[in-house]
Design a binder for this molecule. Structure first.
Ligand code: ZN
Length: 361
């Protein structure tokens, strides 16, 4: 290729594309893609499928996830792809469907009696935690097959002692709205736009596709929580017209009742904090366990005695076993891709530490 000559190809935007994904797939810097399309009025934060973009081709920019963390938006499409590569030490099954009909996937690994449940992306703009848990599972599988230790832990031994249940994407519709805007949605477009007050930007969206906050609708002081929440579908904090009204929460509820987990960890963003209390109904050991998680992650353990209607609140109330909400990262949701590196290095030891907790079942 001759020096100084910029070759351009045209690319037609497909459903699910984002600026960062297109840049990654074409091995160009996001800045170069932005520069090349700066005069295109269709080059928005959400790209309409069918839009044509200019792609600079003389750029051989090879991004590697190893050095750069999460490289582009991780949503249900990425999960669909990655879930096919996890076997045979990790089993994948569908536990339900979202409002818009997307599968909610459960990953299960280990053969032990102690059952631990880890979940993420309850809120649309917290999808970096989905990436985190899938990376965790991929790394877990690798260490297991190579019989390698991980932070000094014998993964083979852990595999025999625990059964890990992981739902990395509780709210696939909400994540899709945040990442792709209304272009990702085929049905209910008008209803969703109305809930969002005709605003086309969804980056602030936490709820599911019905405008219900999946972490505000658990039967743990739900009525009290509802009194201070929006009384109608909204982008956040509306707990529904009744507890557990949504298909996503029903799926998690059913799983939790069936398996009777020893403890649970629900990942959220942001704040780098670990919440461990619920109306003094948590077991005595919860405080010490939260301190252990805080120590390895550098996050702060906070009791949150006044929290209500969240999943971990309900779990503590129902089972009287330890439940934790972990707020990963710092900044404003959705956290930027660059936040993923710190989330990985702080949260990985936290996840591993939690797997070594005693059995409470
Ligand atoms: Zn959250």
């Amino acid at each position: 290729m001759k020096k100084g000559r910029m070759l351009i190809t045209w690319y037609e935007v497909k459903q699910g594309d984002t600026q960062a994904k297109i840049a990654f797939n074409h091995k160009v810097r996001l800045e170069a893609l932005t520069y090349e399309n700066k005069s295109n009025p269709a080059f928005h934060s959400y790209l309409k499928p069918g839009t044509f973009l200019r792609i600079p081709t003389d750029n051989s920019y090879n991004l590697s996830e190893k050095d750069n963390g999460c490289l582009y938006e991780y949503g249900w499409r990425e999960l669909e792809n990655d879930r096919l590569k996890v076997g045979p030490s990790i089993h994948c099954e569908k536990i339900g469907l979202s409002v818009l009909g997307k599968p909610i996937w459960l990953f299960r690994t280990g053969t032990g009696k102690k059952k631990i449940f880890i979940s993420a992306a309850w809120h649309g703009n917290e999808w970096l935690n989905t990436w985190l848990l899938m990376k965790f599972l991929q790394e877990w599988k690798k260490r297991l097959s190579k019989r390698k230790n991980w932070f000094g832990l014998n993964i083979e031994e852990l595999y025999q002692n625990v059964t890990l249940f992981v739902v990395p994407l509780v709210n696939p519709d909400g994540v899709e709205l945040v990442q792709e805007g209304i272009y990702g949605v085929n049905n209910y477009q008008q209803d969703i736009l109305q809930i969002n007050e005709d605003f086309k930007d969804f980056r602030h969206w936490s709820a599911n596709a019905s405008g219900v906050d999946l972490n505000h609708q658990w039967p743990a002081d739900w009525h009290e929580e509802a009194a201070s929440s929006p009384g109608r579908p909204f982008f956040r904090h509306f707990g529904g017209y009744s507890p557990l009204s949504e298909p996503e929460t029903k799926a998690i509820h059913e799983l939790s009742m069936k398996e009777g987990f020893s403890h649970v960890i629900a990942l959220h963003s942001q704040g780098e904090e670990i919440y461990w209390g619920y109306q003094n109904q948590e077991p005595e050991e919860s405080k010490e366990l939260a301190n252990r998680l805080a120590k390895v992650s550098s996050y702060r353990a906070v009791k949150t005695a006044d929290s209500k209607a969240g999943y971990k609140d309900w779990f503590i109330k129902e089972f009287k076993r330890p439940g934790f909400t972990v707020e990963t990262g710092t900044g404003q949701n959705p956290l930027p891709l660059e936040a993923s590196k710190r989330i990985w290095i702080t949260c990985l030891p936290l996840l591993l530490e939690s797997i070594t907790f005693p059995d409470f079942s």
